[in-house]
Design a binder for this molecule. Structure first.
Ligand code: GLY
Length: 296
């Protein structure tokens, strides 16, 4: 099958002057994931590597550059889902891991469990050979200034990727520092299976971003994949899911990236903007920072 990939840098309403930096990183993340797929690599590798790029990008709220919680501490969540096996790995409220999505991948592949949280997740990272980094090293001066201003608005958001490899396997990955200035211990949709991400071979894969409290109550990515299982295309399923969550909440603030079982892409959002990168049917990498301009 022809591989496919689409990545996102959040759905929210950020300042237009961030668009240039965001587009650059989304282009780079798409290229890295696409390179994996073009070399015959797996969908799981593609989404992990693409998300690693976005975790390193200081402009997004994931990994380095994430916004601290109300106590000034960065607490990060991540989820990776394997559509071939229906297994997932997830972590929440990790504090000392530079690449939370890679720790989630290790949970999936190197443990008998699915989900680790807090200090236990950081300890697991060390046991599995990942370097632990001081929390303060992951907080950029810009993110710290935002914390000091108690300013929870206007920044870019959660990151994620969904992909299909040449074998038809699908995968989804999501990584975030969660809502800016959230109370300590708060966890959003991102690491929750069926909320932040879902993937099922033959059906498709979906990644969500936006206001986690709404997304997790809607089980938004499971809903999206259920629609594809009923025969909806990726775009039809994304539209239906956003319509559904919009019916549940006055201001649903959600975004979705989707690949269906035939490799078609879909994007929908109820936020003012969604930032995406993808490889189109023309084989070229495209980016769009405000939700417009998405063409398969
Ligand atoms: N969607 C990210 C969060 O609400 O934590």
């Amino acid at each position: 099958m022809e591989p496919r990939i689409i990545v996102h840098g959040g759905a929210w309403d950020w300042a237009d002057d961030l668009h240039g930096a965001m587009a650059g990183y989304l282009q780079q993340a798409t290229a890295v994931g696409w390179g994996v797929l073009q070399a015959g690599g797996s969908a799981l590798d593609a989404v992990e590597r693409a998300v690693n790029v976005l975790e390193d990008a200081p402009v997004f709220e994931a990994g380095t550059g994430g916004i601290p919680n109300a106590d000034g501490v960065l607490e990060m969540d991540a989820l990776i889902v394997d559509g071939a096996t229906h297994k997932f790995g997830a972590v929440a409220a990790v504090r000392q891991v530079q690449y939370p999505i890679s720790l989630a991948r290790k949970v999936l592949e190197e443990t008998d469990h699915c989900f680790f949280v807090g200090a236990g997740a950081d300890q697991l990272a060390a046991r599995l050979g990942m370097p632990l980094v001081p929390n303060a090293r992951l907080i950029t001066p810009e993110a710290f200034a935002q914390f000091k201003r108690a300013d929870a608005t206007g920044t870019a958001d959660t990151v994620g990727a969904v992909a299909m490899d040449s074998m038809g396997n699908v995968a989804a990955a999501t990584s975030t520092s969660g809502l800016p200035l959230k109370p300590a211990g708060r966890v959003g949709d991102s690491p929750l299976l069926g909320s932040g991400g879902f993937a099922w071979n033959g059906v498709g894969a979906a990644g969500a971003t936006g206001y986690g409290e709404n997304i997790m109550q809607a089980l938004l990515t499971k809903y999206t994949c259920d629609k594809m299982a009923q025969g909806f295309t990726a775009q039809e399923a994304a539209n239906a899911a956003i319509h559904y969550i919009d019916g549940m909440f006055v201001n649903s603030m959600a975004g979705l990236i989707v690949i269906d079982g035939r490799g078609r892409l879909g994007v929908a959002h109820s936020t003012p903007k969604i930032a995406i990168g993808w490889v189109g049917d023309d084989g070229a990498i495209h980016t769009a920072m405000d939700g417009s301009g998405f063409k398969k």
